[in-house]
Ligand binder design. Structure first.
Ligand code: PFF
Length: 454
């Protein structure tokens, strides 16, 4: 194969890569979704399975995605076409990833836009001192205002595009180096505040004392599915980010570091949120409204409540932004690598399209609230289900099968020497990626897609 390989961007440093990849992993899934799914699934039993799933399914698949990207040196679709052949059906896996990342970006921006709105509401003092009923009404009013939601969504999409258009080193890596440390500092402050409040011991018990009677098959599969979502797997993100890695990078160590940071942030977010929820006597299983209703209710009454709520919503906004840049990058890399478009043109065109696609998602909370879409209650629910229940588990399953069974053994063996210096890592990874991860993901897929009821 005598194809000319154009000079490709690379991360400036390992730390930059770790911050960018963990920026993708740490998102609304950690700070918005993790606490409420833990709340709804009975706490600690869920957390335990979630941790096991990170180790047994998440880390191996993340290593596989890094490996594919680094071998392919292209976007997600180009990687499969280079490794498996341009006409191979495996290229479909790349297409699934690019499509999933793009659709995800379109509706993620809607929820992320709410966090922008709440930063400004908190700064303007519109949260602190309000009664619980008023705070519920504030969220209700936002959901009922399509114009306002679409403006915040547009601003969020533009912020994401502004970063991605500047490229890997100058945009994504540089911003991750600012966003992530700030995010860790904000979270640390809120975590300390959480563990010093009255509800800390109740929160600790809720998150960490194990009651195995709560482990139903549904809870187990929900935990595996969430572990997968939170690590940004199955959407081509880690393939694309891996393609900017140099050949000497130790993929095992990188995957462990990224997964560790992601898990740490989810647990710390739980410990920042649940103590204050418990000490205010509110319900930990409040569902998706936990972050936008329950938390502001707590902060409204707390000393330094305004400061806490500004910090909390900034944290949420930063986490969302560092994830959305990775979603947009997957699609941009495809246009840049496969169609030779300029990065700036690709970024702004795709952002405009994602923004337009996101509008019916924003309208799903008001104008289109009672309009079902293809079997789902709203367009937003349809997109969410399509991505979280079908495309991501399917993409991850395909990556595991391809890496475990079809990637040429010599290529894998070569990687063994380069990426997993420790002797036991490669055999363990091989078993997990060949058997355990595909099995686990098949069950998740079957359960989440509703093919069986468990
Ligand atoms: N990991 C992100 C979160 O926890 O919010 C969500 C996500 C980002 C999923 C990127 C998939 C993806 F490709």
């Amino acid at each position: 194969m005598n194809q000319r390989i154009p000079q490709r961007a690379q991360w400036a440093s390992r730390l930059g890569f770790i911050l960018a990849a963990s920026g993708s992993a740490i998102g609304l899934g950690n700070i918005w979704k993790f606490p409420y799914v833990v709340g709804q699934n009975g706490g600690s039993a869920f957390v335990l399975v979630y941790l096991a799933a990170i180790v047994l399914v998440g880390v191996p698949i993340m290593m596989a995605e890094f490996l594919l990207g680094r071998e392919g040196q292209r976007d997600a679709i180009g990687t499969f076409s280079r490794l498996a052949g341009p006409r191979s059906p495996w290229c479909l896996v790349g297409w699934v990833g690019v499509t999933a990342a793009f659709i995800l970006f379109s509706f993620y921006a809607v929820v992320a836009g709410w966090s922008f709105d709440y930063v400004f509401k908190s700064l303007g003092g519109r949260i602190s001192g309000q009664s619980p009923a008023q705070i519920k009404a504030i969220f209700g009013t936002l959901l009922d205002s399509p114009g306002q939601m679409i403006i915040w969504q547009a601003l969020f999409v533009m912020a994401t595009a502004g970063i991605v258009s500047r490229g890997i080193r100058g945009g994504i890596e540089r911003c991750s180096k600012i966003l992530m440390p700030t995010l860790f500092a904000l979270l640390f402050y809120l975590f300390i505040h959480g563990i010093r409040s009255d509800g800390a011991s109740q929160a600790l018990a809720f998150l960490f004392s194990s009651d195995f009677s709560l482990l139903t098959p549904k809870v187990i599969l929900e935990a595996v599915g969430h572990a997968f979502f939170t690590l940004s797997l199955g959407a081509g993100v880690m393939i694309t980010y891996g393609s900017y890695l140099d050949r000497r990078a130790n993929l095992f160590s990188l995957a462990v570091k990224v997964s560790f940071l992601d898990t740490l942030v989810a647990l710390m977010a739980g410990m920042a949120i649940f103590p204050v929820v418990f000490s205010a006597g509110l319900d930990p299983a409040a569902g998706p409204g936990l972050v936008f209703q329950t938390i502001p209710i707590v902060f409204a009454q707390a000393p330094f409540g305004q400061l806490l709520s500004v910090l909390f919503f900034l944290l949420l906004a930063f986490a969302a932004l560092s994830s959305s840049i990775s979603m947009l990058e997957v699609a941009v890399a495809w246009l840049v690598d496969e169609k030779q478009w300029s990065r700036i043109r690709s970024t702004w065109l795709l952002s405009l399209l994602a923004f337009l696609l996101g509008i019916p998602s924003a309208l799903s909370f008001n104008v289109l609230k009672s309009t079902p879409f293809l079997g789902s209650p709203t367009f937003f629910d349809f997109c969410d289900k399509l991505i979280s229940s079908y495309l991501l588990p399917l993409g991850g399953l395909a990556v595991a099968i391809y890496c475990g069974w079809f990637l040429k053994r010599t290529a894998t063996q070569q990687q063994e020497a380069i990426c997993c210096p420790s002797r036991w890592v490669y055999p363990c990874w091989h078993i997990l990626i060949r058997y355990i991860a595909p099995l686990a993901l098949t069950f998740v897929f079957i359960q989440q897609s509703g093919l069986i009821n468990g």
